[in-house]
Design a protein around this ligand. Sequence first.
Ligand code: NDP
Ligand code: 8X3
Length: 250
Amino acid sequence: MKKTAFITGATSGIGKSTAIHFALKGIRLVLCGRRQDRLDALKEELGKEVDVHTLNFDIRNKEAVTVAIDTLPKDFSQIDILVNNAGNAHGLDTIQDGSVDDWDAMLDINVKGLLYVTKALIPQMVARKSGHIINIGSTAGKEVYPKGNVYCASKHAVDAINQGMRIDLNGTGVRVGAVNPGLVETEFSNVRFKGDEERADNVYKGFQPLKPEDIADIIYFVVTRSYHVNIADLVVMPTAQASSTIVDKS
Ligand code: NDP
Ligand code: 8X3
């Protein structure tokens, strides 16, 4: 029987590439995001390959998350794979200059939103004694970089939650693991710099960054291992990157 994946943040970047990769491999999809036009376009395109259902909610809205998941149509209600991907950085400022609104956004989306979605989907996985949760962390969750403060904190929290989920779900049959990318060229920096495209483009200039397709390929690898194999925590960087702050742009 075909598996069904629930992907948050499917309208762009890593989530969108994962949706495309999964569809081409025959994995049915529940795709989430706030931009309805993009959800519609994905449904139209990927619906040629597999069954696709879309959900439009702001992951910060606890009630909207719960209602969306609780009212999934019957043929999409069994979720085999959850990719907790929705997230972004907002701003790049010292802690003394940072915006409280940016901090709220990062903690509410990257941490609390991930928890709301997971909380709503875990019970069915535990009841079936099967399921796979992939948490998209970051190298920023392994190492703090200058002005990264709260974004790094949010991704360190994802790292801790990933470990905690795996510990607590041990023995239930549900697999839990994280994929932690370094620099991937997506809309990430555009969001971080609030639409300043020149500043966003500069982040990826002078070296070959990862493409969202690279991460999608890795996520597909992670979810297609034999059942007794759980990739618990995977870090992937561009070859030109050695750490959050060391990137060869020569
Ligand atoms: P993008 O900006 O391209 O995609 C972010 C996705 O998250 C979009 O689909 C967006 O959908 C969704 N999203 C953002 N805010 C909300 C919200 N409030 N409610 C619902 N959905 C939301 O960035 P990436 O693909 O790069 O980022 C995906 C994940 O990868 C993030 O968790 C990020 O932290 C992580 N990551 C990214 C790296 C990079 O270098 N790009 C490196 C390491 C990790 P919409 O706007 O339609 O709601
Ligand atoms: C995204 C990678 O280094 O831009 O998590 O924070 S970085």
